[in-house]
Design a protein around this ligand. Structure first.
Ligand code: CP
Ligand code: NVA
Length: 306
């Protein structure tokens, strides 16, 4: 049994399979062709933080695969009344086939997985957001072909998205240029996770414009992630120069793409003319969450089917 708790949990070979499978699953969806490999299977989705994309993509995706979903939040389950995670995992995983969790500390999802009888998927933690990077790389491949050997510029917070980009670059053979304000750097040890990352796959820049130079993809995220709202004002001041604008996009390659996991704040981490401009692929990126996660859920439950 496999869990998907961080990007490093799958191999490059498994990712190659998933990207191909997601393309096929997307094609069938667009052609209104039925694809029901998970008939009679149930996904439990546990949300301890807000969500639009993750909720809709997993829920719609599971129905499209022929299965069904159970939606739980902290507020409407015993999770919010201090039932131990281990007990929750033992109970929930006796009744469903797959669990997706969005929560705070990575250790919470690890504890759940340790006591789960079924695969557990990380739908975002403070430390990682692997399903998003899965979608982002699939989107890159759709638009530009293989990401191997390419350069991704990360402009902004050293957060869950940045950590996951570092794991992906090391595993799939591309490079990440990371530029964060002082005090909001990526924690390399944390980003590396248990299996480690290669030092040559990332480089830090104090100037965000420098990080964008020659990049094939420029990407950013909110200045304040969920759970860090108390730091909002301090972050607004610290991140003022980490706004992806036309000058940064001009420093990147002429055919560079722009991505943002969304939700976005125009005028903060990105200017409207960039996110709504011709290089932006954010809507494809959001849609692709559903297609890649369908491939992922199918893979975790049935293995390779093609
Ligand atoms: N990108 C992303 O995970 O969006 P939601 O917070 O809306 O799920
Ligand atoms: N870094 C953001 C991503 C939201 C999808 C957060 O954790 O809030």
């Amino acid at each position: 049994m496999k869990h998907y708790l961080q990007f490093n949990d799958l191999t490059a070979d498994e990712y190659a399979y998933l990207f191909e499978r997601a393309a096929l699953i997307k094609k069938k969806f667009k052609a209104y062709e039925k694809h029901h490999p998970l008939a009679d299977r149930t996904l439990a989705m546990i949300f301890e933080k807000a969500s639009t994309r993750t909720r809709v993509s997993f829920e719609a995706g599971m129905y499209q695969l022929g299965g069904s979903v159970v939606h739980l939040t902290t507020g409407d389950s015993q999770l919010g009344r201090a039932e131990p995670i281990e007990d929750s995992a033992k109970v929930i995983s006796r009744m469903v086939d797959l669990v997706m969790i969005r929560t705070f500390e990575q250790t919470k999802i690890e504890r759940f997985a340790a006591d789960s009888r079924v695969p557990v998927i990380n739908g975002l933690t403070n430390e990682f957001h692997p399903c998003q990077i899965l979608a982002d790389i699939f989107t890159y491949i759709e638009h530009r072909g293989s990401i191997q050997g390419k350069t991704v510029a990360w402009v902004g917070d050293g957060n869950n998205m940045a950590n996951t980009w570092l794991q992906a670059a090391s595993l799939l053979g591309f490079k990440v240029h990371v530029s964060t304000p002082r005090g909001y750097e990526v924690d390399e040890k944390l980003a590396a996770g248990a299996s480690g990352i290669s030092a040559g796959s990332y480089q830090f820049f104090s100037n965000p414009l420098e990080a964008c130079k020659g990049a094939d993809l420029v990407t950013t995220d909110v200045w304040t992630s969920m759970g860090y709202e108390a730091e909002n004002e301090a972050r607004k001041a610290a991140f003022a120069d980490w706004c992806v604008d036309a000058e940064m996009m001009a420093a990147a390659k002429a055919d560079a793409l722009f991505m943002h996991c969304l939700p976005a704040h125009r005028g903060e981490e990105v200017e409207a003319d960039v996110i709504d401009g011709p290089q932006s692929v954010v809507w494809d990126e959001a849609e692709n969450r559903m297609h890649v996660q369908k491939a992922l859920m199918e893979y975790l439950l049935l293995g390779r089917v093609a």
